[in-house]
Design a protein. Structure first.
Length: 368
């Protein structure tokens, strides 16, 4: 049985999944991104010299797939040309075609409206199975008229061994000293850009301060609105720190140190948070979260409102403030959410994620 999984490049949080699929289940992992242009934070990964991973440029992908004659071709939805070429190769070689559908929102642009029409047609009539990130992705496709039986969930996962490692007291103390933090920490991890809903987080912080709640907001990241964040915080006397980008393997102590992680993403014309893996990462250290209903992890099965975090309406600073304030001020609520977050994430393993792909493959192979 020959199975190919085709995507653009291998991020650090995908490496162990792909390694598992290739070594235990004999998948060929085909990457069409240029390894010389791979992001700096993943250049050290074994993928760059792993025989189970193949780098095939988009221009050579079609011929390669025709010659290789795979029984199953799995293609993610990134890069429309590689998607089209993989689809055509599957049909010409009579391979089963499975789509790894990573979205639950189609951008409101002319280009994407044309592509999404084609994509939905393929999903409905010409795919043998579909793999999605979570329950939200499945609901989205069912609403598009796609048969629920052919949709399988490969639950979004991070390296729990890395993010759940034991954090030493001196690591926390080093962060406290380095950034001069003495209050409870509200943590944000990610790009400093408008689509992350940071303007609503800033309004929320002002509300919390005006209510007399003491905290320090720590932004781990960088981006276009960094100066706007600094200006707002200084004008409103909000205690803040911007650390810049923290390497992914250095983030666990920040999650342990934080009282709460906030991911306030919003829906824009071109974006809706597909998942938000920082939630998985934070849960590994028992850090509760407050996310909006525009965050995939918030509505896709990981965050359980009131159990291990809070899910609030997007673009609602008051709702963000109420939820974050509850975690900051109520020790009973914090302890419950923290304990449940740590318990929940134990189920989110690479084996469980791999099962979504295997179930889709088995379903496809049974089709005539």
């Amino acid at each position: 049985m020959k199975i190919a999984l085709i995507t653009n490049f291998c991020t650090h949080y995908r490496y162990k999944l792909f390694k598992l699929l290739s070594e235990k289940y004999n998948f060929d992992i085909i990457l069409f991104g240029d390894p010389k242009k791979t992001k700096e934070d993943i250049k050290h990964l074994g993928v760059l010299k792993d025989d189970n991973f193949k780098f095939i440029p988009v221009g050579k992908l079609f011929i390669y797939l025709l010659k290789s004659k795979y029984d199953v071709i799995i293609k993610c939805t990134n890069n429309k040309w590689s998607f089209l070429l993989s689809f055509l190769a599957a049909k010409l070689t009579r391979a089963k075609f499975i789509v790894w559908h990573t979205m639950w929102y189609y951008p409101n642009t002319l280009q994407y409206k044309l592509f999404s029409w084609f994509l939905i047609k393929v999903l409905k009539d010409y795919s043998d199975a579909i793999v999605v990130y979570g329950e939200h992705g499945k609901r989205f496709l069912i609403e598009k008229g796609i048969n629920a039986d052919k949709i399988f969930i490969a639950w979004q996962t991070v390296d729990n061994e890395l993010y759940g490692r034991n954090i030493k007291d001196e690591e926390i103390e080093e962060i406290r000293r380095k950034y001069n933090i003495n209050e409870k920490v509200i943590l944000y991890v990610g790009r400093l850009v408008n689509l992350k809903g940071i303007e609503y987080l800033l309004e929320c912080l002002k509300k919390l301060k005006d209510e007399g709640i003491k905290f320090t907001i720590v932004f781990c990241g960088d981006g276009k609105i960094k100066e706007a964040i600094e200006k707002y915080c200084e004008e409103n006397n909000i205690d803040y720190r911007i650390t810049g980008i923290i390497p992914y393997d250095k983030l666990p102590p920040f999650y342990k140190f934080a009282r709460v992680l906030c991911l306030p993403s919003i829906t824009t014309k071109t974006f809706k948070e597909p998942w938000g893996l920082v939630v998985n990462e934070a849960f590994n250290q028992g850090c509760p979260v407050v996310v909006t209903d525009a965050v995939g992890a918030g509505v896709g099965g990981l965050v359980k409102d009131g159990v291990n975090g809070f899910v609030v309406p997007e673009k609602n600073a008051d709702a963000l403030a109420d939820a974050i304030g509850e975690i900051l001020e109520n020790e009973v609520i914090y302890n419950k959410l923290s304990m449940n977050a740590k318990e929940e994430i134990k189920k989110w393993t690479y084996e469980r994620q791999a099962k979504g792909f295997l179930d889709a493959v088995n379903y496809a192979l049974k089709l005539k």
